[in-house]
Design a protein around this ligand. Structure first.
Ligand code: SF4
Length: 679
């Protein structure tokens, strides 16, 4: 059942998908046009996903009635049932027997209320979200180096004026095509095991063995030091810890790095000299560098390189993380992470607990401590010490979590699974209760894009009859459990502002009115008259002494290396037409036509060796599971590696849940597999 058309003037809002959060207008007939007042896509660009986003609102598979064990029921029946079961499970097993799992696509208001709901209403420490799988390694490394993580700590439009941009492990030409328009000026250096659409645009493409980005970053810094390219004045004035890093690099001489990575020394030298000789340069990382069991150290190594070359905190230069999910940035700031409270505060910080407790009207000691990270949480479901019930918002872990078959088994062991979704995702199919909820243009709320710019996603159409918002679901459950939560996004945002006050991600001075008038406001924005902070590190970093930290790190092999049984590396990623688990984009006809099925990309030499031809159905097996997909033969991939997109069931049955010790990021980007033609 479709939502109603907007009447009158087109409504200014933002795309439902990625972290670029392109501005768009929705007019009569759900016609979508790009906005020209939002810098991310002021050129008038949208990608295919954005142009077709209106179809999500009229999708025939839309859920409009709560489902209890698959049967349609009234809202009160479903809410009463869930509240009763949650109470019973908590009474029998304690508050941590209930888990909450959120998403990086939820608005800031929802992310904030999820954290409050979990800790105040349920009293559980067991909350985390799928953003842990997205940018947690970059967030951890940025926090170590700069004292704060704000994705790209500069406006995206700054990139165009750079001379050189190095992008490690990101395929923006497919994941967020309008981003590429900001890269048309600089020379691009791309690090990726595949010659992706982005790598094809690059001046220099370094194609390392999967799992060796860290060694490559160490080699680049070793060369910068050996070739006397370090910005010594910057290092002395704005950083600390370089001597230790310099010493730690002694063993990473270029020929050794070439042996590990497969990247020739002369290519490494070209890259580092281009960066060092540039007037302005940026180093950016994406999931390819970050989704590893050593992802935090890998990003630290790239930040070390950026610091040695004097980039961060200078106008026109810097380091940034290209966040992926729509609200991947805001999603990590407001308390849906296991270890954080609103304002990007640490949950074990007594001052943070006291401040947030004051806003929530509880005692600091009543706020639970840190819980399990996303994969640890999923892995513990239904175990004797783990959660017995889970409430799931804006996530589809049966497709998107590593070792997905195991995760589906763990979900199957729960006493109660409750999902909020607007279509029947692969995870919703497993749920005891499904609440049908509103989606992007049917509700208002703020999103914080990859620049740290807080944007207002306005409601453009009325939701279908029978559908409620996530905030209304939380409030309905809270009421039945003896608490009151607001349901209006503006009211929740007002409370979020107070909860964030004084924190790193301070939204105190941001209002819906300002966002609308100023086409977004950068945090931190600590008071109403404050202009916002587009470039937070120009004067000093957010560390106690204002200096950026070099962090010494060492390369180590992937958690799983290839061997006789599993002789090929698997790496995963996205394609232009689809987004994340595909729950939304696999329901849009034009996107399905553009990319109808999963595939395995392999090099012609490997294909010949395995007797595989293009179009064959291929079976890919890892220690965790098996997947089948159609073979695509391409010399864009290394001979020792195959690539699979993760928008369909399959790729993540294979991936390795080995976790980064700091960020708890799983090793999505490399594991060992066997590849065979399916007979
Ligand atoms: Fe823009 Fe990303 Fe939406 Fe594409 S998916 S239109 S790049 S926000």
């Amino acid at each position: 059942m479709p939502g109603s058309d907007p009447v009158g003037a087109p409504v200014k809002t933002h795309c439902p998908y990625c972290a670029l959060q392109c501005g768009m207008e929705i007019g009569p007939g759900l016609a979508i046009q790009p906005r020209t007042d939002i810098p991310a896509n002021a050129s008038g660009a949208l990608c295919q996903k954005g142009w077709t986003a209106g179809e999500l609102l009229t999708n025939g598979e839309r859920l409009t009635t709560p489902l209890l064990h698959g049967e349609p029921v009234e809202w009160d029946v479903a809410l009463d049932y869930v509240a009763y079961r949650l109470s019973a499970i908590r009474a029998e097993h304690g508050p941590d027997a209930v888990a909450v799992f959120g998403g990086g696509g939820l608005t800031n208001e929802k992310a904030y209320h999820l954290g409050k709901f979990a800790r105040v209403v349920l009293g559980t420490s067991q909350i985390d979200y799928n953003g842990r799988f997205c940018m947690s390694s970059a967030a951890a490394a940025s926090s170590k180096a700069f004292g704060m993580d704000r994705g790209m700590p500069f406006p995206i439009t700054d990139l165009a004026d750079a001379d050189v941009v190095l992008l490690a492990g990101g395929n923006v030409a497919e994941t967020m095509p309008p981003f590429v328009r900001h890269l048309s000026g600089p020379r691009m250096i791309v690090i990726d095991p595949r010659r992706t659409q982005t790598a094809k645009l690059a001046w220099l493409h370094l194609q390392p063995t999967p799992g060796t980005d860290l060694a490559l970053a160490l080699g680049l810094l070793h060369l910068a030091i050996a070739d006397d390219l370090v910005d010594e004045a910057y290092v002395a004035a704005r950083t600390t810890g370089f001597d230790e890093v310099r010493t730690s690099l002694a063993g990473w001489w270029p020929e050794r790095v070439e042996r590990i990575t497969g990247v020739p020394v002369y290519r490494m030298r070209q890259a580092v000299r281009a960066l060092a000789s540039a007037g302005n340069a940026y180093i950016l990382t994406g999931r390819g560098a970050e989704q590893h069991a050593k992802g935090t150290d890998t990003v630290s190594a790239f930040i070390n390189l950026a610091l040695a070359l004097g980039l961060p905190g200078n106008y026109g230069s810097g380091y940034g993380c290209v966040t992926g999910q729509g609200n991947g940035q805001g999603g990590r700031e407001h308390g849906q992470k296991a270890d954080q409270l609103p304002g990007y505060r640490k949950i074990d910080d007594p001052a943070a607990r006291e401040h947030v407790a004051g806003v929530w009207g509880v005692r600091p000691e009543d706020i639970p401590g840190p819980g399990r990270s996303a994969y640890e949480l999923l892995d513990a479901l239904g175990t004797p010490d783990g959660p017995r019930a889970m409430l799931l918002f804006g996530s589809n872990p049966v497709i998107s979590a590593p070792a997905a078959e195991h995760v589906a088994e763990r979900i199957g062991a729960l006493d109660l699974l409750v999902t909020c979704d607007f279509v029947m995702s692969e995870t919703a199919v497993l749920a005891d209760v499904v609440f049908p909820v509103t989606q992007w243009a049917e509700e208002s709320g703020t999103m914080t894009n990859l620049e740290g710019r807080v944007l207002l996603r306005r409601q453009a159409v009325a939701p279908p009859e029978g559908v409620r918002s996530d905030l209304e679901v939380l409030a309905g459950l809270a009421e039945r459990l003896g608490h009151t939560l607001a349901t209006e996004p503006a009211e929740v945002f007002d409370e979020l502002r107070r909860a964030s006050a004084g924190g790193l991600a301070d939204y105190s001075g941001i209002t819906y009115e300002r966002i609308a008038a100023e086409a977004g406001v950068f945090w931190p924005c600590p008071e109403p008259g404050h202009p916002g902070t587009p470039r937070p590190f120009l004067d000093s970093f957010a560390t106690p002494d204002g200096l950026a930290r070099f962090v010494p790190v060492q390369h180590r092999p992937p958690a799983e290396e290839i061997d006789d049984d599993y002789p090929v590396y698997l790496t995963t990623g996205r394609v232009l037409a689809h987004y994340q688990s595909g729950a939304q984009t696999r329901r849009i006809a034009a996107l399905v036509k553009a990319a109808p099925e999963p595939f395995v990309e392999l090099h012609p030499d490997l294909a010949e060796q395995l007797g595989i031809t293009a179009g064959d159905v291929v079976r890919v097996t890892s220690r965790r599971g098996e997947a089948k997909a159609v073979a695509r033969i391409s010399d864009a991939i290394r001979r020792d590696t195959v690539f699979m997109p993760f928008h369909w069931e399959g790729a993540n049955r294979l991936t390795n849940p080995a976790l980064d010790p700091t960020s708890k990021m799983p090793e999505f980007k490399v594991c060992a597999v066997r590849v065979e033609r399916d007979s």
